[in-house]
Design a protein around this ligand. Structure first.
Ligand SMILES: NC(=O)c1ccc[n+]([C@@H]2O[C@H](COP(=O)([O-])OP(=O)(O)OC[C@H]3O[C@@H](n4cnc5c(N)ncnc54)[C@H](OP(=O)(O)O)[C@@H]3O)[C@@H](O)[C@H]2O)c1
Length: 284
């Protein structure tokens, strides 16, 4: 990679979050900036929730090309932008903001795109139309994945969540062929499923384990864990051991970053094994 040197014409983007120190996005975008020799920077922007709207409004005045928005600002970003795309509105959150030449803020959501591209990159024959999908969790990531699956033609989405009201709200707000399962009934959701996705925090380093016997899951089902720390979660290891195709969660993070980078810096970046290694080398 070439050395990074900024000029007075540098394009600037970043990630707004609170906290933001754990984010791998500066390393990810920094890799692409250097490999493409772009005169630009992507910086972490720690912004408190109560100051988010003010900080966002300042970006056009500071000459930013745009930002990513992460926890806890994604829903507030939808309300704060001047325009949003259909995916962002259906998900109820914005993760990518592009600052237009007239200084207005264009809000988009690329989490569903990242999810789908990750599955397609890992398993080129994968299609959401194959059969019922099981989503564990009903938080922000689950919303983006549900919208992506529905737009891809999934015939049925089985939502399993500890707080059943949250799953019901997701189903009501997004609309589609949802079936809701309580957490205690989670194994029954697995019968005849074509896809199982974990979007809960369970199984993540420092979090409780995900306890889910897979006996009822067909071995033809694809299993995806969007938790990527550790990269091979216990869910993925168990699924692999019984013959299911498995996909880890790092690729979703990498692919969701592509549309923002292309919009801010004018180059379509690619996700490569070298990029995966580079991002994984960062302390978690
Ligand atoms: N790979 C990627 O690119 C990517 C992108 C986004 C997120 N993620 C990861 O996905 C995970 C979820 O993110 P999010 O933004 O959707 O978070 P979120 O909105 O806070 O949702 C968390 C989900 O986990 C469930 N949960 C938490 N503790 C639980 C427990 N003890 N038992 C059962 N369920 C439990 C919650 O259930 P309740 O509703 O009952 O609280 C909820 O469904 C995180 O680990 C995040 O790092 C990865």
């Amino acid at each position: 990679m070439s050395e990074l040197t900024l000029s007075g014409r540098s394009r600037i983007a970043g990630v707004m979050g609170w906290p933001v120190a754990h984010s791998r996005s500066p390393r990810l975008h920094g890799y692409w900036l250097r490999t493409h020799g772009i005169d630009g920077a992507y910086i972490p922007l720690p912004v408190r929730p109560e100051q988010f709207a003010i900080a966002l409004r300042a970006l056009p005045m500071l000459g930013f090309a745009g930002v990513n928005v992460t926890v806890p600002h994604k829903e507030a970003a939808l309300a704060a932008v001047n325009r949003s795309d259909a995916a962002a509105r259906r998900i109820g959150a914005v993760n990518t903001i592009v600052i237009m030449p007239d200084g207005t803020l264009d809000g988009r959501n690329s989490d569903g795109f990242g999810f789908e591209e990750n599955l397609r990159a890992a398993i080129p024959s994968w299609s959401p139309t194959t059969g019922p999908a099981v989503i564990l969790g009903a938080g922000g990531a689950a919303r983006a994945i549900a919208v992506s699956l529905l737009e891809g033609g999934a015939p049925e989405i089985r939502l399993v969540n500890r707080t059943i009201e949250r799953a019901e709200r997701l189903s009501r707000e997004i609309g589609g062929p949802f079936r809701i399962y309580s957490w205690s009934a989670r194994t029954s959701a697995l019968a005849d499923a074509a896809l199982l996705v974990n979007t809960t925090t369970l199984g993540m380093s420092g979090q409780p384990a995900l306890e889910l016997p897979l006996d009822r899951l067909p071995t033809t089902a694809v299993v995806n864990d969007i938790v990527y720390s550790p990269l091979e979660t216990a869910l993925l290891a168990t699924a692999k051991g019984r013959g299911n195709a498995t996909v880890d969660g790092l690729g979703m993070l990498l692919h969701q970053a592509r549309p923002g980078f292309a919009a801010w810096f004018g180059v379509e970046p690619t996700v490569t094994p070298e990029l995966r290694r580079f991002v994984l080398e960062a302390p978690g």
